[in-house]
Ligand binder design. Sequence first.
Ligand code: EPZ
Length: 427
Amino acid sequence: MDRIVIRGGAALSGRLPISGAKNAALTLLPCALLTDQPLTLGNLPRLADVDGFGHLLNGMGVSTATAGTSPDAFGRTITLDARRISSTTAPYDFVRKMRASILVLGPLIARMGEATVSLPGGCAIGNRPIDLHLKALEQLGAEIEITAGYVKATAPDGGLRGGRITFPIVSVGATENALMAASLASGETVIDNAAREPEIVDLCRCLVAMGSEIEGIGTERLVVHGQPRLGGADYKVMPDRIEAGSYACAAAITGGELELVGADIDDMGAILAALSETGLDVAATADGIRVAANGRLRPLTLSTAPYPAFPTDMQAQFMAMLALADGASVLTETIFENRYMHVPELSRMGADIQVHGRTAVVRGVDKLVGADVMATDLRASMSLVLAGLAAEGETRVHRVYHLDRGYERLEEKLSAVGAQIEREADG
Ligand code: EPZ
């Protein structure tokens, strides 16, 4: 395993390239299963989860060819060809490591009429059931059976049929599975209380490029007119709004200024509004977004919620930043039941944080002190890196494989804007 070693104190400055969005890539990759034509995806981030998903698809008979890019380029282009699907099973070993593997469920049952997918089990941030995914597919006529930890889904004779899906709570993944399944179902599917995250819009745009007809893109009511088949497409993944937000926090916590090259200001309303409220200067540029610290950060009261509200995937990063604010902030996590694993680690660096159920009170301190800290999940890991960038002395973040799931070449990007950061073997 590796660790990341950071010597804090440098104010970051310069241009930082933003990669393709992990959470868009992980729903675009399974779209390849919907067609026997090649699907080319550009701007895919070089991440462990993207590699893992590629291997999962290879195991199903999908061929993947990576276009020759220079090793130091960010992102890559992969062409996927699911002409021959040899397996409709997503094994436990894949799904337990990467929950997004369940996103093969909708495409497989829609194209092949069956799918056997391991139940994902819980993860560090919560139980994370998939009941909403399964109920949505049942609304399209699927038979669902759960045995020995696997979901076995079977389409009716003649394939999935369009239906009405109303989600009781907003679910990004369940909306994605429903959209992909409905795109090949016969007839019209109406999805109410659909997730509206930009990654859902990216999925809809890719499906449309493949021949889908979808109304209401970006709204909570999606109407999908199923097609007998879909074609290939050449589609570029959207920029990663959570990566961009994370690096904006790096500028804020170090008192620096960054241009986030390639970031899309339209996807980041709530994140940028919250950053501005702390006193950060935020402005669109020709190439992306410029964020600049403006004196000591002001405290905030924040609650996570589905898009367009403040995203849960930014809560840990904001907590690190607000640990040094001039006053007390109140953060409420409404999406996941256990997304405060970064709190004890930040406290070891001198942060003053009290958690009461879903709410955390963060009292700003004058300084953080570097320490050995343990990464527990992807966004918690980033919050520890952010704290290390501002802390006095040296911070060693252990178990950085969590980081590699969601941040492409993090040390390289941060070193290039002045951070003293390096990766080393962790014994
Ligand atoms: C996606 O996870 C993202 N992952 C998560 O990002 C993100 O935090 C989450 O959406 C919320 O925005 C990917 O896109 C790969 P949900 P997902 O279904 O789809 C409950 C990161 O750090 N729920 O919107 O799994 C669930 O327990 C990751 O990049 C059910 O009860 O999230 C949660 O409380 C972490 N039943 C809430 O809904 C279900 O069938 C929202 O989950 C499904 C979900």
